[in-house]
Design a protein around this ligand. Structure first.
Ligand SMILES: C[S@@+](CC[C@H](N)C(=O)[O-])C[C@H]1O[C@@H](n2cnc3c(N)ncnc32)[C@H](O)[C@@H]1O
Length: 186
């Protein structure tokens, strides 16, 4: 595993923290790679919810899961992750955000800090004890605007309730991505 590749790091966390009966959420399904990883890790138990506002992303995720995942314990939702409370009432164990644009798409639709933070507030309320949220933020697309707003929101959260880590490559100059990892303590 390449620890410095944040997609591989996310998948390492998925493998090590989610159990087969976990309820997990892909907050930005995009091309579906994280959803596929989550769905295969669940092994037909637990449940996966995947959100994306773009029809194209939901179509790509459905195609990938239909082709490469033998399980059907998932629901794809074409709506903003900021509306997560309209769809998920139970507690969740893991959520992942891979922010930014849909790769390999002419569309300029991307995540925005306001909706991401509304969604995060709701996800943290739904999170089970020891549950984890992973956020991969691409600082180059908007000169770190979304990353900075997320940082400001997260740094004020009570450390008794949540442990929060920010990982970044410090010897790379061209806007490398950053990761936030949140775990609910109590
Ligand atoms: C970098 S891509 C995600 C990549 C994906 N995780 C994968 O494995 O392929 C970001 C996605 O976030 C979606 N998005 C933007 N705003 C959103 C919102 N408010 N709610 C849910 N998805 C959103 C975009 O449509 C885009 O598909």
């Amino acid at each position: 595993m390449n620890f410095f590749n944040f997609v591989e790091l996310s998948h390492f966390l998925i493998e090590n923290y989610i159990k087969e009966e976990s309820v997990v959420v892909d907050c930005t399904s995009g091309n579906g790679f994280d959803s596929l990883y989550l769905c295969n890790t669940l092994q037909g138990k637990g449940f996966l919810f995947s959100f994306d506002i773009q029809e194209e992303a939901i179509k790509r995720t459905k195609k990938l899961l239909d082709e490469k995942c033998s399980y059907s314990n998932f629901k794809l939702i074409q709506d903003s992750h900021s509306n997560i409370n309209h769809y998920i009432l139970e507690k969740i164990d893991f959520a992942i955000y891979n922010l930014g644009y849909l790769p390999k798409s002419p569309s300029k639709i991307k995540t925005n800090p306001e909706e991401t933070i509304i969604s995060l507030e709701k996800v943290l309320k739904l999170l089970n004890k020891k549950g984890i949220v992973v956020i991969v933020a691409y600082t180059g697309q908007d000169k770190s605007k979304e990353r900075n707003q997320i940082f400001k929101y997260l740094e004020k959260i009570n450390s008794k309730k949540f442990s929060i880590m920010n990982l970044k490559l410090i010897n790379v100059n061209n806007y490398p991505p950053e990761v936030f990892i949140i775990q609910k303590n109590a």
